[in-house]
Ligand binder design. Structure first.
Ligand code: RIB
Ligand code: CA
Length: 319
């Protein structure tokens, strides 16, 4: 039986690869994609999601547009898309894929999440890979969601790394109150996939060539999108191995089918919402200093070879 999931995305380049993996792997059943303001304004995230699904022939997977602002703050950070220096654009505003012909659903993302988890008797994993605004809003409306979601796999945070500020990772920083609410909600199984793990699963230009050589729409799109990421990372935040980049969100999808792709440690995670220098920081209690019960499995390591192999196999032609 395939693993059902919902992806909650702020669709830029790495979200797009995550969507393609979830939509194409035969052991995954992507029930729907919800979008949220993040990498770019939510309407572009939605349009990008539709482009990706159309491009790989999975336009029947429904897309639900979500929140255009954080749940508390009105000062959402401006999108990181740079008109001035396109080479620094890790995401860009519109993905380099043909315009979509499919349309988003009339139902909004938060309503979809609440109604789906209220009604389902199936186990549907929830995989948020953007700011946690939709998820926090859904549990505020329906607190029993916490019991209905068997597993949450979140891309976000960092133990020793930040990328939006020296202290904070983008997804958590972009809506810290939402993130704090999600970690405090009491979900029985949360896995946090922070930068500490995703920066160990780097993809190189040579591996992009191997993806392109698959000759499938997904393989070629992944090569283009990850190539764009490598150019952006080399220009703005070079990785330990230059000419390579993390594909953060896709690692969460790999983990659903290959638990061994991540090294996880059970611990307590809080989110800083007040610190002038540290807002959006995930406070990861690796040495049990807080005395609080663990609420999360945190990934501190990743197997890059396994991850790239998973992408190559998923995007290969099917006989
Ligand atoms: O910090 C990495 C995260 O921020 C990824 O989810 C990326 O898509 C952006 O949203
Ligand atoms: Ca994302």
């Amino acid at each position: 039986m395939s693993q059902k999931l919902i992806l909650d995305c702020d669709t830029g380049t790495d979200d797009a690869v995550a969507i393609m993996l979830a939509a194409l792997h035969p052991e995954l059943d992507l029930v729907g994609v919800t979008t949220v303001n993040g990498n770019v304004e939510v309407q572009y995230c939605t349009d990008n999601t539709l482009r990706v699904l159309d491009h790989i022939g999975r336009a029947e997977i429904p897309v639900y547009e979500g929140l255009r602002r954080p749940i508390v703050r009105s000062d959402f950070p401006v999108p990181r898309h740079s008109e001035v220096n396109p080479s620094s654009n890790i995401h860009g505003r519109e993905l380099p894929l043909p315009p979509a012909t499919s349309r988003k659903q009339d139902t909004g993302a938060v309503e979809f999440l609440v109604e789906t988890y209220r009604a389902t008797t199936d186990e549907i994993a929830l995989v948020p890979v953007g700011p946690l605004s939709n998820i926090a809003a859904a549990i505020a409306i329906e607190p029993r969601l916490v019991e209905a979601v068997p597993e949450v796999v979140i891309m976000g945070g960092g133990n020793v790394k930040g990328n939006a500020t020296p202290s904070a990772e983008f997804n958590i920083w972009a809506d810290p109150e939402a993130a704090a609410a999600v970690f405090a909600a009491g979900f029985p199984r949360i896995t946090l996939v922070p930068l500490d793990a995703t920066h160990q699963a780097l993809v190189s230009r040579e591996q992009c060539q191997a993806l392109a050589a698959l000759g499938t729409p997904a393989g070629e799109a992944a090569a283009t999108l990850i190539g764009q990421r490598i150019t952006g990372y080399d220009a703005t935040q070079p990785m330990a191995t230059p000419g390579s980049a993390p594909v953060h969100d896709a690692l969460c999808v790999a983990y659903l089918l290959h638990r061994e792709v991540l090294d996880v440690q059970r611990t307590h995670v809080d989110v800083e919402t007040a610190g002038a220098l540290t807002v959006g920081r995930t406070v990861i209690d690796l040495y049990s200093r807080s005395g609080k019960e663990p609420n999360c499995d945190v990934a501190l390591g990743a197997d890059a070879g396994l991850f790239v192999d998973f992408m190559l196999r998923t995007f290969a032609p099917r006989s």
